[in-house]
Design a protein around this ligand. Structure first.
Ligand code: ADP
Ligand code: MG
Length: 727
């Protein structure tokens, strides 16, 4: 499968934007970044240092100063990468730098101004122009996806509900690497269509920017293009190559800790910038080459870029700088990162005939529809022959000829023929005096249905086929030969510039190495001069290295202090939580809770185990309690025996008497029956049976039949009609 197993390093280019109006007005000193375009060097001046202190010099694959054009950067540094993607390699371009230094400008630019179009629109042009100019035996399928990583969550920017949807997951496949399973992917047939996809995604991002504070500078945007190309190989079979291109616009690289936030805000900021610090750690680990473990899993961004950094991909990193003296520290950090990234080695290889190629599925589907269409034609021919042997005998000859043609050209003719045939058949049927009217109708209906089905099938076939782009056609090639020549020349120039720069850099290295070899002096004076010169050169080099060591030390101390501060804050918070737990939560409850907790390393958080295992929850809920087998609800042993015994008097619940409470007022002397009750005081008791002399006998169950009926309630009277009538 692999065509090219050799490794190559990540290409790093640096771009410095011009001073903006605010920076120009605030300081007379000008920029701190100087560039040697010929040698590919960046010279950084420390505005706070004394003039005698040596300036810092970094060498890169290419550098672009404030006057550089978008087109130059594309032709020199990006075009070769896109060509590789079209040949079936994976490719990544990512812009890294402080906020406001031109990452978005470099990646997207101003779309409407041809001079200011960035890497992404130029890549669109490049891909579709390449397809339109390629040979006609090649078939292409281009797909695009757009996602962003915000607060460690992956969001699909092409999904209309992305703002409310849950963050997407990441999966890993040994063949295709890390991917996002449910990401929307749009098939694009032209530059216009792919630009539309980009616009839709950008609008989704723009909405976020107004809703959320500083959203745009804190989310990473990835535009993914997959180019599948099918071409007949020497063995006569079609081979598919799949190139994947990641165009990445990162969030600003400035450290959140520097903005002076603490506590909760600090942690939140740490989460937002986690991806970038993880990216820095990955770059350091890879560039170092000694540490075996590369912390890709620390963030979503590094996992998505896993292949691009140290894996199967060709990668270009564009580090963007601002020239303002106020941002010296950030600029230096960016340059250091970029310098480190140069040492990362990738192992790009051509992705040939991968299992998941969509193009193959499309081709199969088209072949199936083609076969169906042919079969339908053959069937309708047979049918018509049955309807009218003579008339259709002539047409069958035509069809025999048709069948020799290629299906693509046939489909339209076939439709026309079908229509003509239908008309003729209609006429024939109407004219046929011997056919019954019903049969005629039926046949006509059948024929119509047949034609509708054929039309549907043809439409489906055409829609399917139109998704594939065939080399040399489909796209209107708007460039004439002259323009083509111009582009070729421009590419040649870019290539030459690149080579020249490489040679210059090599010469510089060799110069330093051969310094000692040129030791033939004619006079003592000359020797002294030469040695002084050499000494001076070496001395300045020593100073540079000393300054570098000092910077590194300072940086190290600074980051250690930051870490210590974060650690102190976290320890304080931990103590606070411990205090609450130890004093307010009973130990047995604490143990229960702790036993239920499990750590999820993927999500980096603690989770509660459910009390009832998820799968058995349902079955447990459905199970009836043992005490109630056969009954609607749990019942007592007594009630069960009562039911079993039937009408046994012992278990008859009715043998408990139902009596109403005595409503008489407490009598001071039960025997004093001569006391007259005040008739106005309790009129309701006037006719009450409580006026009965036997009223003091609370155990009225032993009363005579008469007294029972008089003291029972209306209910009991109703239940006993005989007693009621007696009253
Ligand atoms: P970032 O994406 O890094 O935060 P932007 O790309 O939004 O920064 O750039 C900030 C501003 O600087 C924009 O107004 C942009 O037009 C301008 N700018 C950036 N780079 C250049 C450049 N090379 N030439 C001219 N203007 C630039
Ligand atoms: Mg930006």
């Amino acid at each position: 499968m692999s065509k090219n197993k050799s490794s190559e390093s990540v290409k790093v280019v640096v771009r410095c934007r011009p001073l903006n109006r605010k920076e120009e007005s605030s300081g007379p000193v000008g920029g701190i970044v100087q560039m040697d375009l010929r040698l590919g060097q960046v010279i950084l001046r420390n505005p706070r240092a004394s003039p005698s202190e040596p300036q810092k010099t970094f060498t890169f694959d290419a550098v672009y100063d404030a006057n550089s054009k978008q087109r130059d950067l594309y032709d020199e540094s990006v075009r070769p990468l896109i060509d590789s993607v079209l040949a079936g390699f994976n490719g990544t371009i990512f812009a890294y730098g402080q906020t406001g230094t031109g990452k978005t400008y470099t990646m997207q630019g101003a779309w409407l101004d041809p001079e200011k179009r960035g890497v992404i629109p130029n890549a669109f042009d490049h891909i579709f122009t390449h397809i339109s100019r390629s040979q006609s035996d090649k078939q292409y399928l281009v797909r695009a996806s757009y996602l962003e990583i915000y607060r460690e969550e992956i969001r699909d920017l092409l999904d209309p509900n992305h703002s409310t949807a849950k963050g997407l997951d990441l999966r890993e496949n040994p063949e295709t690497g890390v991917y996002v399973p449910d990401l929307t992917s749009c098939v694009c047939k032209s530059i216009k269509e792919i630009e539309e996809v980009m616009n839709v995604g950008n609008q989704a991002r723009a909405v976020g920017a107004t809703d959320m504070n500083e959203h745009s500078s804190r989310s990473h945007a990835l535009f993914l293009i997959t180019v599948e190309c099918s071409q007949p190989g020497p063995d006569g079979r079609k081979h598919i190559r799949v190139g994947r291109l990641n165009l990445v616009d990162l969030a600003g690289s400035e450290r959140q800790a520097k903005t002076g936030v603490h506590g909760e805000r600090l942690k939140e900021a740490a989460k937002i910038n986690l991806s970038l610090s993880a990216l820095g750690n990955v770059i350091s680990a890879l560039a170092d080459g000694r540490s075996g473990h590369v912390p890709y899993r620390d963030s979503k961004l590094t996992r998505l870029l896993q292949d691009s950094l140290g894996g199967n991909a060709k990668t270009v990193m564009v580090a963007t700088l601002g020239p303002a003296p106020a941002h010296y520290d950030e600029t230096l950090t960016t340059l250091r990162y970029a310098n480190r990234a140069k040492n990362i080695q990738n192992q790009p290889k051509v992705n040939e005939d991968p299992k998941d190629a969509l193009l193959r599925e499309f081709q199969k589907e088209i072949a199936r529809l083609k076969a169906q269409l042919n079969h339908r034609r053959w069937r309708s021919k047979q049918k018509k022959e049955q309807v009218d042997g003579e008339d259709w005998g002539r047409d069958s000859d035509e069809e025999m000829e048709d069948e020799e043609e290629v299906v693509e050209t046939e489909t339209e003719e076939y439709l026309k023929l079908e229509e003509q045939r239908l008309e003729r058949e209609e006429e024939a049927i109407t004219e046929d005096q011997f056919l019954l009217a019903e049969e005629k109708q039926k046949l006509l209906g059948d024929l119509r249905k047949e034609q509708e089905a054929a039309e549907q099938l043809t439409a489906k076939y055409k829609a399917m086929e139109s998704k594939l782009l065939v080399g040399g056609k489909n796209i209107i090639d708007h460039t004439n030969e002259q323009q083509k020549m111009l582009e070729v020349k421009r590419q040649e120039i870019a290539e030459q510039t690149r080579k020249e720069r490489e040679i210059q850099q090599q010469m510089l290295v060799q110069d330093e190495e051969t310094l000692e070899l040129r030791e033939t002096f004619t006079s003592l004076q000359q020797e002294v001069e030469a040695k002084t010169k050499k000494l001076k050169k070496l001395y300045s080099k020593l100073q540079c290295i000393k300054a570098e060591i000092k910077d590194m030390n300072d940086e190290h101390v600074g980051s250690r202090q930051e870490l210590e501060q974060t650690q102190n804050e976290l320890t304080r918070e931990l103590k606070f939580k411990y205090l609450i737990i130890e004093n307010f939560i009973p130990p047995e409850e604490k143990n229960k809770i702790m036993n239920r907790l499990t750590f999820d390393p993927e999500e980096d958080q603690w989770n509660f185990q459910p009390l009832v295992p998820a799968q058995s929850k349902f079955s447990q809920m459905k199970k009836r309690p043992a005490s109630a087998v056969g009954y609607k609800r749990p019942i007592s042993q007594f009630a069960r025996v009562a039911i079993a015994m039937g009408a046994h008097s012992r278990y008859r619940a009715e043998n408990i008497m139902f009596l109403e409470l005595d409503m008489c007022p407490p009598n001071p002397s039960p025997l004093d029956c001569s006391v007259e009750a005040d008739p106005n005081q309790t009129p309701s008791l006037e006719n009450s049976p409580t006026r009965n002399r036997d009223i003091h006998k609370s155990s009225s169950w032993c009363q005579s039949q008469k007294s029972i009926t008089t003291s029972s309630s209306n209910n009991s009277l109703a239940a006993c009609p005989a007693a009621a009538s007696a009253q």
